[in-house]
Design a protein around this ligand. Structure first.
Ligand code: NAD
Ligand code: MG
Length: 367
C-alpha cells in the first residue's frame, strides 16, 4: 500500500486532497500557485514547527515568489473578526494581487479564518489548505466552509469558498497533543457511522493502531474519511440537503458544548470531538428508542469510542430539559421543528423529524 493517497473532489469546484507523510516538503504544494504572492497564515503553536519548512518548499519551487506570514494566537477564542482584519491587513501590506494565494497552515481555526480572508480579499483569491490537526484533515479543510465567530455565536460570519488544494502531511500529527488526535478520531468514526458500515468495522479492527498514531493506518483512515466528505460535498456543496447528515451526533454535541461553555484544552469540559462522541452515542440510543436500529449498534459505537479514548456518557450535572431547549435553539434546527440525524441502522444515517420531545428527554435522562 502506498503511503500517499489522493482524493478528488468533483462537482462545481474541483480540487485534489493529497494525504501522506512528508508532504510539507513536497514541491506539489507550490504547483497550484498562480501569482507572485503567497501569505502563510498559521498560529503560534504551528508556525514555529512548520512554517519555515513550508516557506522553503514554496521558495525552492518558485524562487521569485513573495512570501508573507500572518501568525495569530492559537485557539477558538481567536477566530474573530479582529484577527480576520489582521489577516486581511497582512495581504494588503504585501500588496497581494488577485492571483495571490493564502496558505492556511494549521488546524480548523486557522483554516476557517484564513479561508474566509481568502474568500473576501478582492472578492476571492485562492486558498490552499495545509491542515495540521486530524480534525482539520478529515473535516474542516474539505468542503469550502469558512467563517469566524461572533460573541453571539460560532461561525456566524463566513462564506463558502472552496480551496484550490488540500495537502495533509500526516507526519505533523506526531506533534499534535493526544487529546486533539482523539477529538479528530471522533469525526473519523462519524463517517463510518453515517455512510459506511464496512469502514466502521475497519476502524474496530484498527483501533489500537489508530490510538498509537501509526502512520499508514492514520493515512488510510484520513483518506477514507475525506472520500466520504468529498462525495457528499460534491453532491450538496451548499448544505441544502443531504450534507446535513454530517451533523450526526452534533445536535446533542453542540448542546453539551454550549451548556458547558466554550471548552478550552485546560478545562475539564469536553472539547468538540469529545462532545460529538457523546452526542453520537445519544443519537444511536435515540435511533434505538424510535425503532430505527437495534440497541446493539449503539453498544458497538460505545465500545469503539471507548477504545479510542473518547467519552461516551453525558457529563454529570447537565440538565436534560435545558439541553433539549438548547437543541431547539440550534441554528441548524428548521422552522418546522427539531431534526435529528439518526442511523437506520449503523452505517446509513438520515434525517428524522417529528421525534417526540419525551423520547429525546428519556434518552438524555439515561445519558
Ligand atoms: P485548532 O485549530 O484550535 O487546533 C487545535 C490546537 O492544536 C491548537 O492549539 C493548535 O495550535 C494546535 N495544533 C494544530 N496543529 C498542530 C500540530 N500539528 N502540532 C501541534 N499542535 C498543533 O482546532 P481544530 O480542532 O483543528 O479545529 C476546530 C475548528 O474547526 C473550529 O473553529 C470549528 O468551528 C472548525 N470546523 C470547521 C469546519 C468546516 O467545515 N469549515 C468543520 C469542522 C470544524
Ligand atoms: Mg464536527
Amino acid at each position: 500500500m502506498s503511503a500517499l493517497h489522493t482524493v478528488k473532489v468533483e462537482g462545481e469546484s474541483r480540487y485534489d486532497i493529497l494525504i501522506g507523510p512528508g508532504l510539507l516538503g513536497d514541491a506539489r504544494i507550490a504547483q497550484t500557485l498562480r501569482g507572485r504572492h503567497a501569505l502563510i497564515v498559521s498560529d503560534v503553536n504551528v508556525a514555529p514547527l512548520y512554517a519555515d519548512r513550508v516557506e522553503a518548499t514554496l521558495l525552492s519551487a518558485r524562487p521569485s515568489l513573495h512570501v508573507g506570514r500572518y501568525v495569530m494566537p492559537a485557539g477558538e477564542q481567536e477566530k474573530t473578526l479582529a484577527r480576520f482584519c489582521e489577516c486581511i491587513d497582512a495581504l494588503a501590506a504585501m500588496c497581494a494581487t488577485r492571483d495571490a494565494a493564502v496558505i492556511a497552515l494549521g488546524g480548523g481555526v486557522v483554516g476557517d479564518l484564513a479561508g474566509f480572508a481568502a474568500a473576501c480579499w478582492m472578492r476571492g483569491i485562492d486558498v490552499i489548505q495545509l491542515p495540521t490537526t486530524l480534525l482539520s484533515m478529515v473535516d474542516s479543510s474539505v468542503g469550502g466552509k469558512t467563517a469566524v465567530d461572533l460573541p453571539a455565536g460560532k461561525n456566524l460570519v463566513g462564506a463558502f469558498h472552496a480551496p484550490r488544494a488540500v495537502i495533509a502531511d500526516t507526519a505533523v500529527l506526531r506533534s499534535l497533543p493526544p487529546r486533539e488526535l482523539r477529538a479528530g478520531l471522533a469525526e473519523v468514526v462519524k463517517y463510518g457511522a453515517v455512510f459506511d458500515a464496512g469502514f466502521f468495522a475497519w476502524l474496530e479492527a484498527h483501533a489500537d493502531a489508530l490510538v498509537a498514531s501509526e502512520d499508514a493506518t492514520l493515512s488510510e483512515a484520513i483518506a477514507r474519511s475525506c472520500r466520504h466528505k468529498a462525495e457528499v460535498v460534491s453532491r450538496d456543496p451548499f448544505e441544502q440537503g443531504e450534507r446535513a447528515v454530517l451533523n450526526f451526533g452534533h445536535t446533542f454535541g453542540h448542546a453539551i458544548e454550549t451548556e458547558q461553555g466554550y471548552a478550552g484544552a485546560q478545562s475539564d469540559a469536553l472539547n468538540h470531538g469529545e462532545a460529538v462522541a457523546v452526542g453520537m452515542v445519544l443519537a444511536a440510543k435515540l435511533a434505538a428508542a424510535v425503532g430505527w436500529a437495534p440497541l446493539s449498534d449503539a453498544h458497538r459505537l460505545e465500545a469503539l469510542l471507548h477504545r479510542l479514548g473518547l467519552p461516551t456518557a453525558m457529563p454529570t450535572g447537565l440538565d436534560p430539559s435545558r439541553l433539549l431547549e438548547r437543541m431547539r435553539l440550534d441554528k441548524k434546527a428548521q422552522a418546522g421543528g427539531m431534526r435529528f440525524v439518526l442511523w437506520k441502522p449503523l452505517g446509513s444515517a438520515t434525517l428524522a423529524s417529528g421525534v417526540p420531545d419525551e423520547t429525546v428527554l428519556e434518552v438524555l435522562r439515561r445519558g
